[in-house]
Design a protein around this ligand. Structure first.
Ligand SMILES: [Zn+2]
Ligand SMILES: [Zn+2]
Ligand SMILES: [Zn+2]
Length: 144
């Protein structure tokens, strides 16, 4: 099967599942994430759309995808935010992205380690965790 057909099907599936209409910008931005296979920053998305969509459109689309459980955010050490596609079990207002993120020190790629969950931690009484992020720095398989 043609891989562009698979990507197209995935895009339509994700948008429909989230009850989002298929607009040009949503389609394009999802395609960028699917093809990248790693986390992207806002400016990466803008660059890859060849500046076809303005900052506001990209920003709003990313916000919508986050709210709908299509993408999740990953904090970075320089305080910028990266975004990556969620797995199937994320839903509107409820993410299950408790996996580790790997940042390559050579190529700078951020990858979701979907199979490796963040270890659970015991917080002192009175503390309640909403989200635990774990970022592992090292050398990725492409650079090693
Ligand atoms: Zn998610
Ligand atoms: Zn690398
Ligand atoms: Zn992730």
């Amino acid at each position: 099967m043609n891989s562009s057909i698979i990507v197209e099907e995935k895009i339509v599936h994700l948008l429909k599942r989230s009850q989002l209409s298929v607009t040009d910008s949503r389609r394009k931005i999802l395609e960028i994430f699917i093809q990248a296979g790693s986390a992207l920053a806002h400016h990466d998305v803008e660059e890859k759309t060849a500046e076809k969509y303005d900052r506001v459109t990209v920003y709003r689309t990313l916000q919508t995808f986050m709210e709908k459980g299509i993408i999740h955010t990953i904090p970075t050490t320089d305080n910028s935010i990266k975004y990556a596609l969620c797995k199937e079990d994320c839903e509107e207002g409820h993410h299950h992205d408790n996996h580790i993120h790997f940042v390559c020190e050579i190529c700078g790629t951020t990858t979701c380690m979907d199979e490796i969950n963040v270890p659970s931690i015991n917080l002192p009484q009175g503390y309640h965790a909403n989200q635990i992020n774990m970022v592992v720095n090292g050398v990725c398989k492409n650079c090693g």
